[in-house]
Every structure is written in C-alpha cells, then in structure tokens.
Design a protein around this ligand. Structure first.
Ligand code: ADP
Length: 224
C-alpha cells in the first residue's frame, strides 16, 4: 500500500510542477504582460496548484513513514533564526486572513541538533491547522528550552476540538465531520505525520483543546 501511494503521489506531482511553472511565468508577464483581471485568475490557479502539491506532499510523507524508510539527517541549527526563515509563508497567510501571526523568539540564540526538514514539517503542519481553524484572534508560536529539551508551542484562538473528537485526531485520514473542516480542506494526515515525525526525533507531541476557545499543540524535542 505504501509503495502504491509513493508511486501514485509521484505521478500526481509531475504534471503539477508544469502547471505551477507556467502559472509563474504568466504572473511574471512572460511571454507578455496580462490585464489585472487575467492575472487574478492565474493567481488562483497557482494557489490551488500549490495547495494540491502540499496535499500530495502529505500523502508522500505519510507513505514514507509507513514504509519505515524515513532517515534522520541531523544538523546543528539556531532555533530562532530557523523558525523565522521557515514561517514567512505562514505569517503571510495569517495577514491575508486578517490576524496576526505572533512569533516569540528569545533574544539569545538557542542551538539544537535535529533534522531540520522534519522539524519544519512538524511545525508547519501544526501551524497550518492553527491557521485553518482560526477566523479571529491570533496564531502564536513560542519556544522555550532547558539543558535537555526544546519545547515548542503552537497556540490558536480558533474553533477548538470537541472532547469526543480528541480520541480520533491522530488517526490517519480522520477529519471532524463538520462544515468548517470540509471547507478548510486537507487530508486528515497532518497530525499523524507530525506525531510520527516527533517520535522519530525522540520527542513527544501533545494537543490540548477547548471547543470554541482554541487549541495548543506542544512539541518537546531533545536538544541533541
Ligand atoms: P487535516 O488538517 O488535514 O484535516 P489533521 O490530521 O492535521 O488533518 O487534523 C485532523 C483533524 O483534527 C482536523 O480535520 C480537525 O478536525 C482537527 N484539528 C486539528 N488541528 C486543529 C486545530 N488547531 N483547531 C481545530 N481543529 C483541529
């Protein structure tokens, strides 16, 4: 099943690369400048293509984790700088929705040794959910550290998760059966991927949520 998913995802990805590539060229005015009304449509095509690409990425990552082909490639990173670099798109999407992305980074540098691409996938999955299920208020990312661990928190003031749904949120392909989730889209893989990647890096992921108030995801990872 995992192999099948990997192959199918790959075949789905190639044509999308072409769609995105040509949409990018048109947006840049190549081969010629386009009227604003047309650019707006192309912008939508591009956004949808990116969205689909990220869904395929999720399915691919999941199949890789299922197949236990995941490798860890640790690097030394400065956490604050790393997070600032990796969350520029999240900040932009929050602005588009009309609220703030509140990133709190300590003044002094914090170093850790971990797999950077896995860490960013964990945080981006959690942040994407926070953005998706929040209509007003804020999405906040903070971190603290002690000699053993770095602790990341993604907090939102969104819809929250009802207690009876909490038992299911880590099930692959599970999504709450409500209109917000449906309209928000997704694969139901974001959390299970974040959880498995966190475990792979020797850490834990916990979700606390209050319906109507918001959700907090806490990721604890070893400093090295
Ligand atoms: P996806 O977001 O692709 O649907 P996830 O595995 O990331 O899949 O999340 C599973 C479900 O858990 C979501 O569909 C949603 O119902 C719920 N959920 C996850 N994060 C949040 C959040 N921050 N606020 C509210 N609901 C959430």
């Amino acid at each position: 099943k995992s192999n099948f998913l990997a192959i199918v995802s790959h075949e789905l990805r190639s044509p999308l690369t072409t769609v995105i590539g040509y949409a990018d060229l048109l947006m840049k005015g190549i081969p010629e400048a386009l009227p604003e009304s047309v650019s707006r449509y192309i912008h939508r095509i591009r956004t949808s293509a990116w969205h689909q690409a990220s869904l395929i990425e999720q399915v691919l990552s999941f199949s890789r984790l299922e197949g236990e082909r995941a490798e860890i490639n640790p690097e030394r990173i400065e956490v604050g700088r790393f997070i600032r670099e990796r969350t520029t798109l999240i900040a932009a999407r929050a602005r588009e929705k009309g609220f703030a992305f509140d990133l709190r980074v300590p003044d002094a540098p914090v170093w850790m040794k971990t797999d950077p691409s896995k860490l960013s996938q964990i945080l981006l999955n959690l942040l994407s959910n926070a953005l998706k299920f929040t209509e007003a208020g804020s999405v906040r990312l903070t971190f603290e550290h002690n000699p053993e661990r770095v602790i990341f928190r993604v907090e939102d003031t969104g819809s929250g998760i009802s207690p009876e749904h909490m038992d299911h949120i880590f099930e692959p392909f599970w999504q709450a059966e409500d209109p917000t989730t449906r309209s928000a889209g997704g694969t139901g893989l974001g959390l299970v991927i974040a959880q498995r990647l966190t475990r792979l890096l020797g850490g834990t992921l916990e979700i606390h949520s209050e319906l109507g108030k918001g959700t907090t995801a806490t990721v604890r990872l070893p400093v090295r």
